[in-house]
Design a protein around this ligand. Sequence first.
Ligand code: G6P
Length: 377
Amino acid sequence: IQAEKGGYKHFMLKEINEQPRAIRDTTLGRVSLDSGQVFLPDLKLGPEEFRRATQLTIAACGTSWHAALAGKFMIERLARLPVEVDYASEYRYRSPIASPNEIGLLITQSGETADTIAAQREMTSLGIPTLAICNVVGAAITREAHGTITTNAGPEIGVASTKAFTAQLTALFTLALYLAQQRGTAAAEHSLHLVTELSKIPGKVEEVLRSVDDACANLAKSFSNARDFLFLGRGIHYPIALEGALKLKEISYIHAEGYPAGEMKHGPNALIDESLPVVVIATQDPTDPQSVLKYEKTLSNIQEVTARSGRVIAIATEGDHEISKLVEHTLHVPAAPELLLPILETVPLQLLAYHIAVRRGCDVDQPRNLAKSVTVE
Ligand code: G6P
């Protein structure tokens, strides 16, 4: 077992550190750095079906559901295809209405989650063709799907998903750009730029792993006794806030909630006091006006928290020194296009949860009451 952990104390830490490779392997052979073209030959639906598509419905559970929520932003923005995201465990119970030319997508690390299998069956019975994003070749869900994008993260042992999640985000970005190209959207004209930026992500994740690990271990010293945590983000960063909260809940047993930053004033502001750590994802792509606007709004949310003595840990873009003046702690990630920032900002959240759980003496790889793959409904 010790050897399998490759010198790391836990599988989770090993898998967090494997992310640069997992991401690189997920794009391997699928993008051309000369033309910007994306190739997904395993999808058995043709260009005509992608052009005609009116809706994509994604069903997933747990961490994979968070990837789905982030994927909605990628696919709607790049491919201009409306996306609905469902919890797989809910999909069957809401009498879903199939639109003509709708496509289904299941996201699953294991490919064996009972609720996700049930959602796929429901889609099939409604006449909706399904695709899959899955980490296990040959898994049940891939056998029923009209094609799979395999996340080449490799076997994931830690119950709390880490490298499979960032590989799912990578696969979704690739799919979004592929759909943009098939549908001939305006974003497809920037393919070469986007593919080039995607190819820089593994190196940037390496940089984050190097630069924030000590800081996260130090933060764990100050915050491992907190009773509750809040995680905030806007737009595509909101699903990442949800994932940050889930990681902490799963492995440290601290109650944590992810919230859209703009919704704080409608309730959660009442929770803020000097004992509440609030992790705010406040990254930005300075070349993207929409991203900058969102960032500015998030800054004012930070001020609302600090004005009520809440203790803010900000995840910010490298070179952002303004934010450090406003908050107690800042963790920096390199700059990237808005839709790729989620991959980078996930890493400090994983490490923060990991170090807090270790300090609390929790069983990081095998948290109580949880299973790696839930094969019952
Ligand atoms: C379990 C695992 C989670 C995972 C979820 C969905 O709850 O503990 O880490 O996100 O199942 O699993 P899947 O294999 O479908 O992605």
